[in-house]
Design a protein around this ligand. Structure first.
Ligand code: GLA
Length: 347
């Protein structure tokens, strides 16, 4: 009887991860991205707890036990608890929760497992504190700030906003300046695969360096989101010129890829993905040899329209878009993913 009463007090919240189809390292300069939320999820099941958060993980050996309020999320132990602590600090609430977390996303795999954990935490904390539910955009902005607090990595809004506002059956065109989200339907006969390559920790210094270099490039040619490819050669420094070339051309590729997707012109869409990979590899230098090799093999597979690294890079996953005839058996671990709706309270 007691057990039954306990269970009925439990709340279940769930957030998908995301894969980015095209448009990487554009979000933090207010550029364009085209990701989708995927059917791999993080779930927290918990009940209210005054003044503390206690969370066991099905995927990590150590549990999180912390008192509220949290003063220094970035030094919380275990490390995965920092994302939870970052959200709790942002919401600054008195009531926490006690329960468990599990995920079907690879951890540190470039599919936004951290954004999914942040969103679950925010949904749970709002519920147990009787706060009015936050709109997807507010939720995403809060979780982005939480990630900055937790890791010091100055990430953009793409991951949190995609996981918060996913639409079943669609990719999301996001203008990271206006923050407008426009669903673009993905044709039913198109298969999207993610292939896990290697664990990565968003090498905070390398990611931050790229953010700084984009800032510096903007001092020469103005906001990269508004710049034309023809103005990029005005940057004399070779590294900054290549960084800017990636961002400016990637924004253009996202726009063209969106039109191609809407027209179901998957050949053009795939070519743009392939060009995106080349630019991330050569101009932005965030790929790895292992990812390049996997992308090359995928691109040569009959039925594959395009393949590229996805997300922040330095490891993680590649994304492959193919027709239904493509035989992906030679692409070790390639997993079919479907576009799904965003983070929500399940019960
Ligand atoms: C990481 C960041 C995002 C974005 C991507 C690269 O996933 O969290 O904000 O910058 O890298 O597109």
């Amino acid at each position: 009887m007691f057990r039954f009463m306990n269970m009925s007090a439990e709340i279940v919240v769930r957030s998908p991860g995301r894969v980015n189809l095209i448009g990487d390292h554009t979000d933090y300069t207010g550029g364009m991205v085209l990701p989708m939320a995927i059917n791999r999820f993080t779930t927290i099941t918990a009940g209210p707890l005054a003044g503390a958060i206690q969370l066991t993980s099905a995927d990590q050996p150590d549990s999180l036990n912390c008192l509220l309020p949290i003063n220094s999320p970035a030094s919380t132990q275990p490390e995965w608890g920092r994302y939870v602590a970052g959200v709790a600090t942002q919401l600054n609430v008195a009531r926490g929760f006690s329960g468990s977390v599990s995920t079907t996303l690879p951890l540190g795999g470039g599919l936004s497992s951290s954004a999914a954990l942040e969103l679950c935490t925010a949904l749970m904390l709002c519920l147990v504190n009787d706060l009015p539910p936050l709109a997807s955009l507010e939720l995403a902005q809060l979780c982005r700030r939480a990630e900055h607090l937790a890791t010091g990595v100055p990430c953009g809004i793409m991951d949190q906003l995609t996981c918060a506002s996913g639409v079943a059956g669609s990719a999301l065109l996001i203008d990271c300046h206006s923050l407008q989200v426009s669903p673009i339907k993905i044709p039913n006969d198109i298969n999207i695969y993610v292939q896990f390559i290697a664990h990565r920790k968003l090498a905070s210094s390398a990611y931050s360096d790229r953010v700084t270099q984009c800032d510096q490039a903007e001092q020469h040619i103005g906001p990269l989101r508004l710049a034309e490819v023809s103005s990029v050669p005005n940057i004399t420094d070779d590294v900054l010129r290549r960084r800017a070339m990636h961002v400016v051309s990637e924004n253009e590729r996202v726009r063209r890829a969106t039109v191609a997707l809407a027209l179901q012109d998957m050949t053009t869409f795939g070519q743009l993905m392939n060009e995106s990979h080349q630019s991330l590899r050569d101009n932005f230098e965030v790929s790895t040899h292992q990812m390049d090799e996997a992308v090359r093999i995928a691109q040569q597979t009959p039925g594959v329209f395009g393949a590229r690294m996805t997300g922040g890079g330095f490891g993680g996953c590649i994304v492959i878009v193919a027709d239904s005839t493509a035989n992906v058996d030679n692409l070790e671990g390639a997993t079919l993913v479907k576009p799904v709706s965003g983070a929500k309270v399940i019960s």
